[in-house]
Design a protein around this ligand. Structure first.
Ligand SMILES: Cc1ncc(COP(=O)(O)O)c(C=O)c1O
Length: 492
């Protein structure tokens, strides 16, 4: 039987046209970012109805498909690529990283094994070293690129659990051993709870240490909690310090936490997923002093290195600990064992086998801008947050709930005469968050701090300038006043 030639590929001319037109859509979107709303404010049903159709049996013409993408996909995308986005910890990414993603997606390499992606593996080793150098961590550190901060924390805590359990829990499981306990501040990112649950340790074994008035872990209480658990016959194994909390940008006291870990032989892990890159700056570096002593660290290039998502990094100081925890090689993946030429196979350092070629976008970001410019971008974000704080402090309708720390500030709208009416302020600010979303000109969300709902602004955005911050304040005041007029009439 002779098989006819068959491929999904287009002819070379059509392929070229497709790429060019895709790039045109991107540049058109990019040049109109300032004029566009950040959020389209359509309902889930409205957005779903744009795409709902039976499984297509036949392809459509490119022109038609690209037009649909430009109108309905981009038209309903939340534009965190633009300068008016201030929510969560989401960067706009960067243009060098975008080009890298284009190329790595084309190559479709899998840096699980060296022979599947020689450049991908070597670049991954290199960018892990560069990240460590940037933040002043041990450059010989072990590490692996993962999807983001949640997976980086899970990866590191799995190593911590295996190394500190003293029994071979990787083989034997946690059966019959006293509960292992882990210590975090009550401001820690919730992904640590999730990780501990997945690791079979159980969320009940997470000790939430109270914080001081600056939201830093109270290390006196930390030590008391460790002592109490030891007395009960439990097995304290790890303390997680936050290198920039998601709520308020607070950095825990690293030196003190390290000393306690040393004293009680505990694993010292830092969740620096958000704030880590700031450790490499003049402006904020001092705050992180002691983080360089951590046994492991989670840090997200897709946050404050402005790398396109997904890009997280798990650093484990002792490379051998990482490999010992994750290495498991079935026969069919041992095919090159006779090569004997010092290959690194990242499948032995983490959970994933098939992996995205993430290192290229990190490498291209470092190469295109250089560490000095990246430091400047991070410092610019910190200075912008301070500018915003100063502006907000001058407004009588605004109460600062948590001051500018790293690049986060939290505040609420407080109409004159309502300062003492907590119930009204809660309702007003929760509604204001929704009104801001519906309005769509800027994108700000909130959080809850000391039982107060607050608007939370996080600037990890090199595209945001001073004029955008002025605009942000203008929109918040406009919508705050409008909402208050509406609600206070109802109250009256
Ligand atoms: C401090 C901190 N840790 C962990 C995470 C989780 O990271 P990811 O969303 O990349 O999984 C975040 C996300 O904002 C964070 O701010």
């Amino acid at each position: 039987m002779e098989l006819q030639e068959f491929t999904l590929d287009f002819d070379p001319k059509s392929f070229q046209k497709l790429l060019k037109e895709t790039c045109d859509i991107i540049t058109r979107t990019h040049s109109s970012l300032e004029k566009r709303k950040v959020f389209s404010a359509q309902s889930p049903d409205q957005v779903a109805s744009l795409f709902e159709e039976p499984l297509p049996q036949h392809g459509v013409e490119w022109d038609q498909l690209l037009a649909k993408i430009e109108k309905d996909v981009i038209g309903n995308a939340t534009l965190n690529v633009g300068p008016n986005f201030y929510s969560y910890v989401l960067s706009p990414s960067n243009q060098a990283g975008l080009a890298a993603e284009f190329i790595s997606t084309y190559l479709n390499n899998n840096p699980a094994k060296w022979h599947l992606s020689a450049s991908g593996v070597e670049l991954e080793k290199l960018v892990i070293k560069w990240i460590a150098q940037f933040i002043g961590y041990d450059e010989e550190t072990g590490g692996i690129l993962v999807s983001g901060g949640s997976m980086a924390n899970l990866t590191c805590l799995n190593v911590a659990r295996n190394i500190k359990s003293k029994l071979n829990v990787s083989d034997k499981g946690l059966f019959g051993i006293p509960p292992m306990t882990i210590y975090v501040s009550n401001q820690v990112h919730y992904c640590v709870d999730k990780a501990v649950s997945m690791l079979g340790i159980g969320k009940d074994q997470v000790r939430k240490v109270p914080v001081d008035e600056q939201f830093k872990m109270d290390t006196h209480q930390l030590e008391e909690m460790i002592k109490s658990d030891l007395q009960k016959g439990l097995t304290p194994f790890c303390v997680v310090a936050s290198g920039g909390t998601v709520n308020t940008g607070t950095v825990d006291p690293m030196e003190e936490i390290h000393d306690i870990c040393k004293k009680y032989d505990l694993w010292f892990h830092v969740d620096a997923a958000y704030g880590g890159p700031a450790a490499g700056t003049q402006l904020a570096g001092e705050e992180f002093k002691g983080m360089e002593k951590a046994d492991s660290m989670a840090l997200d290039p897709h946050k404050w290195f402005y790398v396109p998502i997904e890009a997280g990094c798990a650093l484990v100081r002792e490379k051998a600990h990482l490999k010992e925890t994750f290495s498991l090689i079935p026969e069919y993946l041992m095919v090159d064992k006779l090569a004997n030429d010092n290959r690194t196979d990242f499948m032995e350092y983490g959970m994933q086998l098939t992996r995205h070629f993430r290192s290229l976008k990190i490498w291209m970001t470092f190469k295109a801008y250089g560490a000095a410019k990246l430091r400047k971008a991070i410092e610019h974000d910190i200075l912008k947050t301070e500018y915003l704080e100063k502006k907000l402090k001058d407004l009588k309708e605004i109460e600062i709930i948590s001051p500018a720390r790293l690049s986060i500030i939290c505040f609420r709208y407080v109409p004159q005469g309502f300062r003492e009416d907590e119930e009204y302020l809660e309702h007003l600010n929760q509604s204001l968050i929704l009104d801001l979303e519906k309005d769509g000109r800027v994108f700000v969300t909130g959080t809850n701090i000391n039982h107060k709902t607050a608007l939370r602004v996080c600037i990890v955005n090199h595209r945001t300038q001073q004029r955008h911050l002025d605009y942000l304040v203008e929109v918040i005041l406009e919508l705050g006043q409008k909402l208050h007029r509406k609600l206070s009439v109802k109250v009256a």
